[in-house]
Design a protein around this ligand. Sequence first.
Ligand code: ZN
Ligand code: ZN
Length: 213
Amino acid sequence: MLFRKTFPVGPLRCNCTILACEQTQEAVIIDPGGDALGISQIIEHHQLTVKAIIHTHAHVDHMYCTSEIHQAHGGIRYLHPGDKSLAQTLSIQAAWIGLPPISTPTIDTYMEDGDTILFGQKHALVLHTPGHTPGSVCFHVEHEQQQPLLFAGDTLFHRSVGRTDLPGGDIKTLTHSIKQKIYTLEPDTLVIPGHGPNTHIGQEAVKNPFVQA
Ligand SMILES: [Zn+2]
Ligand SMILES: [Zn+2]
């Protein structure tokens, strides 16, 4: 079975997720953008071993607590290489949203499209979906007898899409990513976006006002 806790963190309420294999209690942390204490409490309460800290992209609201969580719990820190230079600006980004500066966390592994990140008997598949940022990715997780999950970062939201007016953003690239990489997945896939409520791929493919299949 798959353990999942998703909750909003930080001033921009980024959806952070703790995913774990219930057989082995090995976990991945997706987008630890704030509330390091709350994240740690869940890890400790459920006695999880953090195998990896994975990021949908290098905006500070998704990475603010990466170093803190790593110091406390370990885990391999992953980022797509397309966001390498964006990650160097985390301190400036923090100032934009009124947070104290942070140093750029060390990245242990640069992940590519098609890579799998293992935690116990489960894995997350990396889908490179540039457009919101050059190194934006989604994580696709399949598990037995339940609908597949897609952690979409700031690429696709409930009835919306990620903004493309920030450095490195591009609307054409974003549209292409959503059509080619996301709308081609199973329609009943549950989408957990980087912000706001969940949705389903089948619904967005017909009802999203910005990008339809
Ligand atoms: Zn973002
Ligand atoms: Zn965000």
